[in-house]
Write a protein of this length. Structure first.
Lengths: 166, 166
DNA sequence: ATACATGCAAAATGTTTGCAGACTG
DNA sequence: CAGTCTGCAAACATTTTGCATGTAT
């Protein structure tokens, strides 16, 4: 059957080749933020007749069509995720590289206002927090998870220190 | 005389070679966010005996020492600016690529709280807004510039649409 | 049938590194 | 003088592209 991304491709009049169908499926099923290499790996597992150039071309195309969003969490490689309806942000665990997604409508509103105050309409934004898990002794880690939405575990580790370098 | 960055280098026990002195001066005098290529250009203008490898090594070193901060405004190249005392953020004009710096202590507080709520201590962050100058007809563009601090004009144009690609 | 996609390998970028010689503290 | 630093060119890693061929519509 037809993956969500395949449907979006068709809606936008893109030709559905076998490769695109596979890549669309991989992207639709991903809950993390794979880079091109990883997408290539997953797609190849489903159908070996896919070249990495096609993966590059496809993610670029899908990004232009607004179907995908490109992210850069450091490490020098672009990572992708399907465009979501609501904005969300990323908090990266500086020790493990794990990416935690969260949304915050209040923050979003505030950023729009901020841009407006500077005389701009916000077109897009990028917000990434790098943090260290705070293991305050004797803390109970209360249910402060109101805003937590997705906890996607990304494969690639590392990302220590400040902004990770490539 | 001794540039601000040269002083910081000495404080941290770095050897001051001619090249470093030049690069330090270029960085101290920069009010924008030059990439390595641009730093190399400016440094070379002052002293031709500098190789781009040295510029790369120097910015990396200075970043590790906390003297410089690396930025990524898209476009695939790292850009640098001297570490400032207070945090500030960037709004990039999606049409011209101009970078506007601004600070917002309230926002900063909020982001720290947000991270804390997710169980993390904020180590660093990245916030970039991409906007389009809002030319609302009949608007008077009131003095809403309370928070505007620096308007650094960066050389490289472009950056249309969403996040600019490399 | 035709416009668009693909694979392959080559090229383009941006950045890092090995090494031999040069310089700073 | 020892430990760093530099220039150069080669090595790397990621992404893009030219071209001939294949395919969806």
């Amino acid at each position: 059957m037809e993956s969500r991304i395949e449907r979006l491709c068709i809606e936008r009049g893109l030709k559905m080749t076998g490769q695109r169908r596979i890549i669309g499926r991989v992207l639709t099923e991903a809950t993390d933020h794979p880079d091109v290499e990883e997408l290539y790996r997953r797609a190849s597992a489903l159908d070996a007749r896919i070249s990495i150039a096609t993966v590059y071309r496809t993610v670029r195309l899908l990004e232009e069509k607004g179907i995908l969003e490109r992210r850069d969490f450091g490490g020098g490689r672009a990572r992708y995720e399907a465009s979501a309806q609501g904005h969300h942000y990323h908090l990266i665990d500086a020790e493990s590289g794990r990416v935690i997604e969260f949304a915050d409508p209040a923050l979003e509103r505030q950023l729009h206002q901020l841009a407006a105050r500077l005389g701009f309409d916000l077109v897009s934004m990028r917000l990434e927090l790098f943090g260290r898990r705070n293991t305050v002794a004797g803390e109970d880690r209360p249910a402060h998870a109101e805003r937590r939405e997705t906890v996607a575990r990304d494969e690639q580790g590392s990302a220590l220190g400040g902004l990770p370098r490539r």
